[in-house]
Each structure stands twice: as structure tokens, then as C-alpha cells.
Design a protein around this ligand. Structure first.
Ligand SMILES: *Cc1c(COP(=O)(O)O)cnc(C)c1O
Length: 405
């Protein structure tokens, strides 16, 4: 038995079993490479699910976290802390939003958006506006509110009753949206790119239509940028591609570079919509997590990583498109923007075995939406690493594992 086998046995006995992970225990990471318990290394195009935005063990991020841990980690929201103030100022400056609220994960950032939307209408005397419109295939998190606006039945199974008054519409269908939004709609919530749902891109026209329809109906527009934000698509926020300004947007994943942190950014309109006492979180905005998010921004600037995400994303998109041409029987399309890219497998291919075969060849990635291979490497990924990943996928496509009959 190897060390990894021993650890996997212990995991099976002691961990809950709510995930179905690959049989891989990672023990170390550096840059875009991770090492398992038996000493094998992998090129990491999963990146902790789009989280390790500056790669593993970036010296500047490590230094900032260690220094903050030795200075001040947590003070509660009964007082202020310097790092949270600095991070809020920095995000306001970079995004044009008016205010920032900090939390610890993507689902919490979305809960904050759902709650601020209701409270905004409540405070204006329109307490009937409690409903939400969301999209099929959307993913907003696992807590009850975020789960309720997640448009995928598999996540709802056995978890009902969810919060009432949620209507789902097809992404990019403007007529369906117009029909769904009404006088009881508190907000429309959408991802600029449905990531977990299979990398389906909302068109710029659709995002503009949401803004228009919300304005006409008196509803708010909430943009879930948990996966697309913080540089992932080659802009700091994905909303910059369309120019649409939502009333609020949520961030998390890439933000802390691995340190758990999330945020809700709001425009001036919502700046006073969660008055003192209406919402909160013990750890939200703790100095340690904020120090990490600030270090990530410094690294982005020093190394030009948002620009790198754009150019490496183009390289990756060209590469996956070439693979579709070469292996048309088993790879049928590409979707994405920047370093959030997907390669769609034919229905005959076993997607899980495909991922396992990539891992076997030293490339870590994942499948979303059932048939879409997702590439979300760190934003400082190099051209050589992109080419290396593409070469491995090329080899696996050559002998793509088929679904068993
Ligand atoms: C991952 C994700 C979430 C949930 O984030 P957690 O940190 O897992 O709670 C929400 N929305 C989107 C778009 C995501 O990709």
C-alpha cells in the first residue's frame, strides 16, 4: 500500500462522503503544479476550482498571509480592521461599485445579494417584492437561498422545500425573461458565464436586456461573478465585456488565491439597503483573508495577470478549437472567455473517464454540465503550460474513453 492508498482509506472511513473526488491526495503545490502523496506531479488546470488565481505557493501571497497571521487575524465586526478597509477602497476604485461587503464564500456572497434585494424593496415600502428570476443551468451555491435560485434539479433533490417565488428562464431568451419579470420580482440573478452549468456564455445583448427589463419593471439586477470575477475572463470583472452595470455583484473563488473570502459589491442605489443589524457574518472581512485578497491584487498588477488571462485564454481557446477540428467525432465544440474555457465532448464519450485519463497523463481538470471539460488554470499560467495541457488532452482525445453500453 502506498501512502496515498492509506490516506484514501482513512478518508473513506472518516470523511462524510458528500463528494465524489478523484482518488488523488494532493500534498504540495508550486506555481501551476501539484504533487500527490506518492510524489507524482500534475499540471493543475482545475486550480482548486478557479480559486488559486496566482498559482500555488506564490511567494508574495505566502508572505502576506504569514505576516498578517502574525500581526492580527480576526477582530470581529464590532470594530474595524485596516486590511478590510484597504480592500474595500481598492475594490471600489477598481470596479466603480460604491460599497463592498465581505463574507467567506461564493454562496454567502449570493445570499447577501438575495437579502439586500428584498430589504431594498422592503425599506422602500414595497414589501410584496420578494420573488426572484434565475436561469436554468445556473449555479449560485449550496445554502438554502442560493440553492433556491440554482436552476439545476439535481441539486434540489431531497432538499425541498426551498424558498418560494423563484421562476427559472432559459439563458439568452429575452422574451422568456420579459414574461417572467413582474411587479413581485425583487431581482433577477444571473452569471455572465454559467460555469458549473457547462460554460454557457450570456450574450452581451442578453445582459443589456436584463438591465433594461429590470429597470422597466422596478426589479434589481444581480450578477454572480463568483467564478468569472477577479480577472478570470481577461477583464477584472466579466461585466466589463458588456458594459452592463448590475445593482450588485458577487465575488469569491479567485479573490483570495486560496484563502476563503467572498464579497458583494453594490452600486450607490443599494449603499444603504442593508442597514445596521440587517445582515452579517462573524468571519466576514477578517484581516487575514483581506490581506490575501490584497496580495492577489498586488500580484495581478505587478505581473499583468488580468492581461495574461486574456492572452493565455485566447491561446487556450485557439488550441481547443483546433482539437475540435482534429477530433470532430469525440470533441464537438468549445465555449468560454479568457481563462474559463470549455471543450464539449460528444455524447458517446464518458466524461468522467476522460478526466481520469487526463489525470493519468498528468493533467488535473474537471467536467461541468455533464459533457464539458473545464479549463480554469491560474491566471499566471504560461504559454508552455497551456500547450502542455492541450497536448495531453489531444492524446486523450486520440483514444477517448467511450460510455459503456
Ligand atoms: C462556485 C460558485 C458559487 C458557490 O461558491 P462557494 O464558495 O462554493 O459557496 C456560486 N456561484 C458561482 C457562479 C460559482 O461558480
Amino acid at each position: 500500500m502506498t501512502l496515498q492508498d492509506t490516506l484514501l482509506g482513512a478518508a473513506k472511513a472518516a470523511q462524510l462522503g458528500n463528494y465524489k473526488p478523484n482518488p488523488l491526495v494532493l500534498t504540495k503545490g508550486e506555481g501551476r503544479r501539484v504533487t500527490d502523496a506518492d510524489g507524482r506531479t500534475y499540471l493543475d488546470f482545475l486550480a482548486g476550482v478557479a480559486v488559486t488565481s496566482v498559482g500555488h505557493a506564490h511567494p508574495e501571497l505566502v508572505r502576506a498571509i504569514a505576516e498578517q497571521a502574525g500581526t492580527l487575524m480576526q477582530v470581529s465586526n464590532h470594530v474595524f480592521n485596516e486590511r478590510a478597509i484597504e480592500l474595500a477602497v481598492e475594490l471600489v476604485k477598481r470596479t466603480g461599485f460604491a460599497r463592498a461587503f465581505f463574507c467567506n464564500s461564493g454562496t454567502e456572497a449570493n445570499e447577501a445579494m438575495l437579502k439586500i434585494a428584498r430589504h431594498h424593496h422592503f425599506a422602500r415600502g414595497d414589501a410584496e417584492r420578494t420573488e426572484y428570476v434565475a436561469t436554468y443551468r445556473g449555479f449560485h451555491g449550496r445554502t438554502m437561498g442560493a440553492l433556491s435560485v440554482t436552476g439545476q434539479a439535481k441539486y434540489h433533490e431531497g432538499m425541498q422545500p426551498l424558498i418560494p417565488g423563484v421562476t427559472f428562464v432559459e439563458l439568452n431568451d429575452v422574451d422568456a425573461l420579459r414574461a417572467a419579470v413582474g411587479p413581485r420580482t425583487a431581482a433577477v440573478i444571473v452569471e455572465p458565464i454559467q460555469a458549473e452549468g457547462g460554460i454557457h456564455v450570456a450574450t452581451d445583448d442578453y445582459l443589456r436586456a436584463i438591465r433594461r427589463i429590470c429597470d422597466e419593471a422596478g426589479a434589481l439586477m444581480l450578477l454572480d461573478e463568483v467564478q468569472t470575477g477577479y480577472g478570470r475572463t481577461g477583464r477584472f470583472l466579466a461585466r466589463e465585456w458588456s458594459g452592463v452595470v448590475p445593482d450588485a455583484c458577487s465575488l469569491a473563488k479567485a479573490m483570495g488565491g486560496g484563502m476563503p473570502i467572498g464579497a458583494m459589491l453594490v452600486t450607490e442605489r443599494l449603499a444603504g439597503s442593508l442597514p445596521p443589524g440587517s445582515h452579517g457574518t462573524t468571519y466576514g472581512g477578517n484581516a487575514l483573508a483581506c490581506a490575501a485578497a490584497l496580495a492577489v491584487l498586488r500580484i495581478f498588477d505587478a505581473e499583468g495577470l488580468v492581461q495574461n488571462a486574456a492572452s493565455m485564454g485566447e491561446r487556450l481557446a485557439r488550441g481547443t478549437a483546433a482539437l475540435v477540428e482534429k477530433h470532430a467525432r469525440v470533441a464537438v465544440g468549445t465555449r468560454g472567455k479568457g481563462l474559463l474555457q470549455g471543450l464539449v465532448l460528444a455524447s458517446t464519450v464518458d466524461a468522467n473517464k476522460f478526466v481520469a485519463a487526463c489525470i493519468e497523463r498528468g493533467l488535473l481538470l474537471s467536467v461541468v454540465g455533464g459533457d464539458c471539460v473545464r479549463f480554469v488554470p491560474a491566471l499566471n499560467v504560461t504559454a508552455a503550460e497551456v500547450d502542455e495541457a492541450l497536448a495531453i488532452v489531444d492524446a486523450v482525445l486520440q483514444d477517448a474513453p467511450r460510455k459503456s453500453e
